[in-house]
Design a protein around this ligand. Structure first.
Ligand SMILES: Nc1ncnc2c1ncn2[C@@H]1O[C@H](COP(=O)(O)OP(=O)(O)OP(=O)(O)O)[C@@H](O)[C@H]1O
Ligand SMILES: [Mg+2]
Length: 278
């Protein structure tokens, strides 16, 4: 296992979210408060997850960090610069893999060369490296329709990481996968993250996935969302998937589930008396 001190020097940059809130439909007379003010400081190279009920504002927060949606109050800083337009040094992954069906897997990954005007030869070297690391060389010249859902998602993961962005924003990227493939992609993501340590903001509905992957987890209240717990996950890396059985892993999961139960996110579930970490 890797001690925290043995990990790669972060290639990531810090993100600071100060007093950031979001109201949709401002000026319509009937604004909708989607997010209450949020304050979070994310150090360079941290892997942070956000969990919370559907509709609590997770995607809204992520889009604002990416500069794709304007915040109503506050300030977001990425690498010390205030976000006022789309951040470019970023890799974004959504729930749907969003591969172009008329391009091969390799050409989908190479999209950055066209969009970002990156050096094609350099990008191709890095792309091939990643296809090899994820054991997907055989898929490189296939079209998305010729690949399984899990393979498509992993190609999409390569596309998110290939230009070595210093910030990676992932919104439920594994939502459409079966449980086994999900574990595989989770392991792949941790391996790739450990190698360069970009700053990652990862949204998931899976509490186990958040605990399995993160340095830190933000728990959000139901809508309008605010951060109600900020949990440091102190588990060694890499984290084997069987960690799910370990008591310390379970304690983190319980702590988050208890929030959800208390907030009415989980109904009709009987939880045993609290023994969780605090
Ligand atoms: N463009 C928009 N205009 C108006 N309301 C919006 C807009 N986008 C999101 N909302 C509302 O803001 C709230 C937060 O939405 P958001 O998509 O951020 O939730 P979420 O936490 O990502 O949910 P899920 O887990 O289901 O993806 C929801 O009530 C949603 O309906
Ligand atoms: Mg969402």
């Amino acid at each position: 296992m890797t001690a925290q001190s043995d990990m790669a020097t972060p290639s990531g940059v810090p993100i600071t979210i100060s007093n950031v809130s979001k109201a949709f439909g401002e000026g319509t007379g009937k604004p909708f408060q989607a997010l209450k003010p949020i304050d979070v400081t994310i150090p360079a190279g941290e892997f942070i997850s956000v969990v919370g009920a559907s509709g609590c504002g997770k995607s809204t927060l992520m889009l604002m960090v990416a500069g794709l949606l304007k915040h109503t109050t506050g300030e977001i800083m990425v690498a010390g610069r205030a976000v006022r337009e789309p951040v470019t040094d970023v890799g974004i992954a959504f729930q749907d893999h969003l591969l172009l069906d008329f391009r091969t897997a390799f050409e989908n990954v190479m999209l950055h060369a066209d969009i970002r005007k990156m050096d094609r030869a350099k990008l191709a070297v890095r792309a091939k490296e990643l296809f090899a690391q994820l054991r997907l060389e055989h898929a490189m010249n296939k079209y998305p329709r010729q690949l399984s859902g899990g393979m498509r998602q992993r190609v999409s993961l390569i596309r998110t990481l290939v230009h070595d962005p210093s910030v990676i924003l992932m919104d439920e990227p594994f939502g459409a996968l079966d449980a086994l493939t999900r574990l595989q992609v989770r392991t792949d993501l941790e391996t790739l993250w450990l190698r360069r340590r970009p700053t990652v903001v990862f949204i998931t509905h899976s509490v186990e996935e958040a605990v399995g992957l993160s340095d830190r987890i933000l728990v959000m209240s139901p809508s309008p969302g605010e951060v109600i717990d900020d949990i440091k996950v102190d588990l060694p890396r890499p984290r084997p998937i069987v960690l799910g059985d370990a008591p310390e892993f379970g304690a983190y999961v319980d702590r988050i589930h208890r929030h959800f139960e208390r907030l009415g996110v989980l109904h009709g579930i009987t939880m045993p008396q609290a023994t969780a970490v605090q």
